[in-house]
Ligand binder design. Structure first.
Ligand SMILES: O=C(O)CCC(=O)C(=O)O
Length: 273
């Protein structure tokens, strides 16, 4: 357990929208003020898990690799225009998929550090040595896309890792509302896709937040319908955008990364859930 001034509280309550918001929390004020909350077994939110200096380094790495003409966020379309590489299905989103070993060690270090924080708190979280990451670049739009910035899906692609290996997710840049359902989202005439009947959590992700989902929460349905304009920290070299790194344990894919990059692979969220 990390030393310093800490607080642990046991609380399980619902807010006025009936979302379960927290079971237990743990805050460490000795090391840059991060706060761990177990939202439900296996679903751990670490507020401020990435201090601003580290967010800046990760952004610089993402933007540098994002410019790579073959594997970066953008491509040139048939009209000669520079577009994000998930266009035309998702023109607001670019995607990089790669092996962690090809990137600076800070990525692995930060993934490991936050995973250990979560595993200390929730025994269903297995500490893994992540082998790969998916890096998404979302443009913040004036009006959200109809099917969301990322539609409802489970992380069940072959490159998402086994069901018992946790996914570690970093947010950097503009804030967003991350939605979670524990079963297939139930849509009705009064409950649109952005607010299904069985919504379990609406989590505000702010720059520097980390979410870990593993154990009984590994296959949650999740989506993003709202991003909040101009909410990125001013010192971040990123405007009108959000970066999402997710780390995966998929050693069987080492050496086969090209099969899963955006040129060759269609993710589950593009196939419709
Ligand atoms: O941007 C996010 O936080 C979610 C990304 C996601 O759902 C995915 O990569 O499967």
């Amino acid at each position: 357990m990390v030393s310093g001034t800490t607080s642990r509280s046991a609380c399980s309550f619902v807010n006025r929208s009936n979302f379960l918001i927290a079971k237990r929390t743990y805050a460490d004020f000795s090391n840059g003020l991060y706060k761990v909350t177990e939202l439900q077994p296996g679903l751990i939110l670490i507020k401020n898990g990435l201090p601003i200096a580290e967010q800046i380094k990760l952004t610089e790495i993402a933007l540098k690799h994002g410019e790579d003409p073959d594997t970066g966020f953008w491509r040139i379309d048939q009209l000669g225009q520079k577009v994000l590489n998930q266009a035309p299905r998702a023109p607001h989103r670019g995607r990089i998929y790669d092996a962690l070993g090809k990137y600076p060690p800070i990525l692995t270090e930060l993934c490991q550090k936050n995973l250990v924080r979560a595993a200390q708190f929730d025994s269903s979280i297995k500490p893994i040595d992540a082998t790969h990451f998916i890096l998404l670049y979302y443009q913040t739009l004036a009006e959200p896309p109809n099917s969301g910035y990322i539609p409802w899906h489970q992380d069940k692609d072959p490159n998402d890792g086994d069901d018992d290996q946790p996914v570690v997710s970093f947010t950097i840049g503009d804030s967003c509302d991350f939605l979670v359902c524990n079963g297939r989202p139930q849509i009705s005439s009064t409950h649109p896709r952005s607010n299904p009947v069985n919504l379990a959590h609406r989590i505000l992700f702010e720059s520097g937040d980390v979410l870990i989902f593993g154990g009984p929460s590994r296959t949650i349905y999740h989506s993003i319908y709202e991003m909040h304009n101009d909410t990125a920290p001013k010192s971040l070299p990123l405007r009108d955008a959000r970066l999402n790194f997710t780390f995966r344990f998929t050693p069987h894919i080492l050496g086969k990364e090209e099969e899963f990059n955006s040129k060759n692979f269609v993710s589950v969220y593009h196939k419709g859930t």
